[in-house]
Structures are given as C-alpha cells and as structure tokens.
Design a protein around this ligand. Structure first.
Ligand code: SF4
Length: 489
C-alpha cells in the first residue's frame, strides 16, 4: 500500500567509529542500502536516504527522523563490504541507538545486516519490528505493504519478527534472486559524493567508488560467513554493469572502481565480454577486485583482466602452509599462489594478499611458511587478520565449545583471538606487527636495488619506513618467542 509518508533508509557502518579503517581513509558509500533504496523507489514508494558512513554519531539520524517523519525506518547494511561482515560491536551499538530513537518516534523498524541475521533475537529485543534474513530487496517489496496494512507476516519469506503475543517467529529463508539485472541500479543519484571524493583525493590522490557485479560465492572456505547472499553465485550481465559504470561516470566523473564482489569474474567468459564492451563504448577506468589464486590460472582470465583495466587483485592467499589451506577447505595450493602472483606481476597487474593467522592447528613452522611466501613474492599490499569464528561456519561449530565470553570484535583493529589456540592472543597481535615490519624492511631493501638501477620513484618513502621498522622487528621477534613459550591458553 502506498502512503504519503516516506520510508527512511539508512545504514550502520560508521567509518569513524572503526579507527583502523578510518585511518586508511578509504570510505565507500553504502552500496547495499542504495540498492534497497532504488528497489523501493522503483516500486513507487516515497523514500529518503541517510548515509551514515562518514558520521561519528547517530545525531544525524535523530535529525532525519525530525526532518522526514517517516512511518517506516529501514536500517540496512551494505552486504557488499567485508567490513560489515565482521559484525563489530561498535556498529551494533550504533544500530541499537538508532532503533531506540526510531521507536520513540513510533516508527516501524526493519533491520538488515549480517549481524542482525545472525542475532535477530537481540535486535528484536531492542525494539526492531522485523529483521530481514539474507538478501532484502524482494522481501522488502512484500513486507512494506504488510506493515502498512497490519496484515499477517506469517507467509513472508526471509524475515524474523515478534508475533502479537511477543513470541519470536523465524520464517523460511527466501531463495536468492537469480536475475540480478531485474534489480534497479543503486540510487547513486542520492549520494552526497563530495565528502568521499575529498577524503580519497586528499589522502590518495585519486577517487574510487564501489560496484558489485555478482552476489554470493560458491566456494566453501570453512571460516567464511555468508549470511546475506549464501553459497550461490549469481552474476549481473556485463551489459548492465557497463551501463552502471557509464551512469556513475556521468554523475561523478570517477575513473577507478572497487568491484566489491566476493569473487570477481568467476562466470566463464564474463571478463572477456566486459572487456569487449568497455572497448566498444570507449570507456576509461581502472579497477580493483578480490579473487582466488586458482581462478587466475583459468582460461585466459589473466589477459582479460589486465586488458580490461584491473589495477590490483586482492588474492585470498590466507596461508603459506598447504596443511593450513587444506584445514580451511580453501581449495587452493601454495603453488597456485606463487604462479598466479608471478603471472599477474608479469602483466603489470599489482597483487595484494589477504593473510590469516591463528587457524586451529597452525604452529610456528606454518607461520614461518607464510612469512616466507610473503617475502618470496612481495605482494604490493598485505592485509592481515586472525581467525574469527562467525556463526554459520564450520569453523565456528568446531571451536564454539572453546569460545570465550567475547563473541565479536569491537572494531576491526581488535584482532582478539576468541577461542583457545596454539598461542595466546597477545602472540597474534605481535605477529601481525612483526609480519608488517619484515614486509616493510624487504620493501626498503628492494627500493635500494631500484635506486641503484636509477629508479627513484617512491623509493625514498620505502627507505624511511625500513629505517623505522628495523629496530622494531628485532624487538617484535623477541616478543614473539617469549609469547610462544607461554603456549596454549
Ligand atoms: S572464496 Fe572467498 S568469499 Fe568464497 S568462501 Fe572462500 S573466502 Fe569466502
């Protein structure tokens, strides 16, 4: 049922509350929220959009409640950003504050996020009326009329809610959308882009935006939580993605994109078609993606990626120990990581590694194999995390009997190891810093060689960093051995 009232859509990832991420100065607008907004707008509803990404408090949300007087508030997180999948407690607390504020204004409140999908009971207790379980667009189209006419929600797939007696009900999950082109393009026209542009340009000298070409991932790395899009993999057509890129370029003049899929270009021949269309329309842009080492070696993916503007590829390398990759059910080999990295570099595509320490069974030798792999291959960037058991994963089931009271990180720099493992949590925090130190020293050493070969660009900064990290690495190595001796806690 349509109404004169507006629906207020907003999100719960506040970059400034996550100090480590805020310091990297790489914010992206909340893509998932923009997609939910465009879906309802296309269905004929009056919508308002509030972007919280760059906010430090929920103050603007309270103001928006006054300004727009919505009857329904949708707090909808961006399921395309790995940061939201960490289910950080600072963001959960912010969401609870917004629920409380919206409740005071007698709004009906819908919440959609990885965390609320996993912990819908807590969110309902705080006053949310309905939690979306998984992908939200189709569910919202059914749910909004039901909320406005107070008809039963019993048959609406993909929600959890309290019935008239206050009993929590959890309906069946809704099948994911296969035809992704059927969803309207994200509501980019509602984004205030200048604050984002300024942050990127001031810090990095270029500006980038986020685009999702697929949803879900069919692989089964046993620690990877996929509460929103699950184990299916559905792809938009290259035609629609190119259409979105052209539109976003016309709106904002952007020439760099983060293709924020779990896995970019898995569908056979997708990247090749994407490349052909980019050439046909004479578009100019570069992009970064996340992928797997084994995919880089399939068909002629490497050439198509390089030719279509791939600038940097974040590989889920995880570990330099085959035993640990096998324990994770990663399905890749160390050899593939070496070959893919070398082949990408040979094509002038930069490579970055996601690394993970602390997986059950990982010993000092495994850790040193990872260190060796990093120093052998010298990826252009590294991102280090420690194993983090999230509900719904095999890994979580395996360690849940060992979980401490704490079940979530407060922010992304928390890195607490929340289950009993080979070494104490302080070991892994030190290891994180030690690996960064060794990596920066090697970068400095490589910079020295470059200077000797007459290549000066960027070398000075790397040398300075090396000087900073040299004494640190000695201290950190000493600490590592000290903490390692403390053994399992
Ligand atoms: S390939 Fe990546 S997204 Fe897919 S299951 Fe593994 S870690 Fe998760």
């Amino acid at each position: 049922m349509k109404s004169d009232k507006t629906i207020l859509l907003t999100n719960t990832y506040f970059y400034p509350l996550d100090k480590k991420q805020w310091e990297t100065a790489q914010p992206y607008p909340p893509l998932g929220t923009l997609w939910a907004t465009s879906t309802l707008r296309e269905a004929g509803y009056a919508v308002s959009f509030l972007d919280n990404c760059l906010e430090t408090t929920t103050y603007n949300f309270s103001e928006a409640l006054e300004t727009y007087s919505p009857d329904i508030v949708i707090i909808y997180d961006d399921g395309f950003n790995y940061l939201t999948k960490m289910c950080l407690t600072v963001m959960r607390d912010a969401c609870f504050e917004m629920i409380e504020a919206a409740k005071e204004k007698n709004c009906q409140i819908i919440v959609s996020s990885s965390d609320s999908t996993d912990h819908y009971g807590q969110y309902l207790e705080k006053g949310a009326d309905v939690i979306l379980l998984g992908e939200g667009e189709e569910t919202l189209k059914e749910l909004i009329p039901a909320l406005r006419t107070e008809v039963s929600k019993d048959n609406i797939l993909g929600i959890a809610y309290k019935d008239a007696l206050g009993i929590v009900k959890r309906n069946e999950r809704r099948p994911v959308i296969k035809e992704l082109d059927s969803i309207a393009l994200p509501a980019w026209d509602l984004v205030d882009i200048e604050p984002y542009r300024k942050i990127w340009l001031d810090r990095h000298g270029y500006f980038t935006l986020n685009i999702a070409t697929t949803r879900g991932c069919p692989y089964k790395c046993n620690w990877c939580a996929k509460p929103i899009y699950g184990n299916r993999y559905n792809s938009r057509t290259p035609e629609q993605v190119i259409e979105e890129i052209e539109w976003v370029q016309s709106l904002f003049g952007v020439h760099y994109f983060w293709m924020c899929d779990d896995i970019f270009g898995l569908k056979p021949n997708w990247v090749q078609q994407f490349l052909a269309l980019k050439k046909e329309r004479k578009l100019s842009f570069r992009y970064k993606i996340q992928s797997r080492a084994d995919l880089m070696l399939k068909d002629n993916n490497l050439d198509a990626l390089a030719d279509s503007g791939a600038d940097i590829i974040w590989l889920g390398a995880e570990s330099g120990s085959q035993a640990i990759l096998d324990a994770m059910d990663k399905g890749t080999t160390i050899e593939q990581i070496y070959t893919a990295t070398r082949n990408l570099k040979a094509r002038d595509v930069r490579v970055a590694f996601f690394l993970q320490f602390g997986y059950p069974g990982e010993g000092f030798d495994d850790i040193m194999k990872t260190m060796k792999m990093v120093l052998d291959l010298m990826p252009d960037e590294i991102g280090i995390s420690v194993s983090y058991p999230l509900p719904g994963t095999t890994f979580y089931e395996n360690v849940k009997h060992e979980l401490s009271q704490k079940a979530n990180w407060s922010d992304s720099d928390d890195l607490d190891l929340m289950f009993s493992n080979t070494y104490p949590p302080i070991f892994y925090k030190t290891l994180h810093r030690y690996v960064h130190s060794r990596y920066n020293i090697r970068k400095g050493r490589n910079a020295m060689y470059n200077i000797l070969r007459g290549r000066l660009k960027g070398s000075g900064r790397k040398l300075l960093k090396m000087g900073y990290h040299l004494p640190l690495t000695l201290h950190r190595r000493w600490l590592l051995h000290k903490y390692a001796k403390q053994g399992k806690v």
